[in-house]
Ligand binder design. Structure first.
Ligand code: NAD
Ligand code: UD2
Length: 309
């Protein structure tokens, strides 16, 4: 079993490819199921004999069952990560974002696999707790199909925990950033967009006054927690927020970019996005209690690393 692969669904994407690198670096074998809708083979160490890439859809139940066979654990990251896409086509994104999770649960039950990590989102809280550090018991208020599917996935994982002994570790990511985050859509992570534009000398658009804040986490810090979660002897119940509990405004982000790069392209102001959350910050006490998260990367340092400085 020690040599059995760890299955990462969505492993060719931003977060999954960093996890794949970390696991390969620790000597694990990795099997990736990814439909390459946003993920890229170029993100992966394709020549590594301990890495397998299977191109396919997590909504295909028979395929997920086959791919999970012989694996020691699953990390379920495959999803259409764009909230806007879920608003525009909820039926389509539901296949990946919810049916995919159910398929993973069933494939694990049938193959006798216990440990699963799941990428949920701060989106499950909606506007609740805005302005405060949001803890995991804050009432859930999913406002988009993306958030509904994440919350329903969490609840299914909990059903499989109670009924079939699965060991889910559910993470609610706040705003993760770092290399390989795809800046190509207007709804991509703000840091990936601003960095691409700043490096290419293209104008940056700030939606609103720039005083909105986010709790940004450098991807490497998340990956360290995910590896610990795979190696935990015992899993505790309840989702875990992934955030530093630090509020960074977009204006502060722009100043940090300017001090790293020396100069910035022109900044234009657009209207605040409809439904934009003003302040989003995690209470991370549970993360600190359950995992070693003692020295997360300072924001400016993560940004400099992303910019290759
Ligand atoms: P990403 O788009 O880079 O990764 C998602 C991966 O899933 C991609 O490789 C994509 O090709 C794959 N995929 C999508 N639909 C699939 C399907 N039906 N079958 C197989 N593969 C499929 O985005 P990411 O930022 O790395 O996100 C990873 C996970 O973390 C997602 O579940 C996302 O919802 C969640 N999340 C991310 C953030 C963040 O700040 N990046 C915040 C909250 C939650
Ligand atoms: C994040 C997640 C989303 C969901 C949500 C839950 C990402 C990419 N999105 O949305 O999936 O989990 O949190 O609350 O992680 N902005 C600009 N200019 C730009 C792009 C963005 O000003 O060119 C602003 C945007 O209006 C917002 C802030 O930057 O105020 C952050 O935007 P985002 O899309 O990176 O992330 P967020 O928090 O809206």
């Amino acid at each position: 079993m020690a040599d059995a692969p760890i299955l990462i669904t969505g492993g060719a994407g931003f977060i999954g490819s960093h996890l794949s690198d970390a696991l390969l670096g620790k000597g694990y074998a990795v099997r990736i199921l990814d439909d390459l809708s946003t993920g890229k083979p170029a993100n992966l160490q394709l020549g590594n004999p301990r890495l397998e890439l299977i191109e396919g859809d997590v909504a295909d139940a028979a395929l997920v069952k086959r791919v999970a066979a012989g694996c020691q654990a699953v990390v379920h990251l495959a999803a259409v990560a764009s909230v806007q896409a879920s608003v525009e086509d909820p039926v389509k994104t539901h296949q990946s974002n919810f049916i995919g999770t159910l398929n993973v649960c069933e494939a694990m039950r049938i193959n006798g696999i216990k440990r699963v990590l799941f990428a949920s989102s701060a989106a499950v809280y909606g506007n609740n707790g805005e302005g405060l550090a949001i803890d995991e018991d804050t009432p859930k208020a999913p406002l988009t199909p993306y958030a509904v599917d994440k919350l329903a996935s969490e609840q299914y994982l909990d059903f499989y925990r109670r009924e079939h002994g699965l060991e889910p570790v559910v993470f609610r990511f706040f705003n993760i950033f770092g290399p390989r985050q795809d800046p190509s859509s207007p709804y991509s992570g703000v840091i990936s967009i601003f960095c691409e534009r700043a490096l290419g000398g293209q104008p940056i658009t700030l939606f609103g006054d720039g005083e909105q804040t986010r709790d940004f986490v450098y991807v490497g810090d998340l990956i360290k927690v995910m590896v610990q979660a795979l190696e935990l002897q015992q899993v505790q119940e309840g989702a875990v927020n992934i955030g530093l509990s630090q509020a960074t405004s977009l204006n502060q982000l722009l100043s940090a970019l300017k001090s790293i790069l020396g100069d910035l392209p022109p900044i234009s102001h657009g209207p605040a996005r409809a439904g934009d959350i003003r302040h989003s910050r995690a209470n991370n006490q549970r993360l600190l209690a359950r995992f070693d998260f003692a020295e997360p990367t300072p924001f400016a340092q993560g940004l400099a690393r992303l910019l290759g400085r």
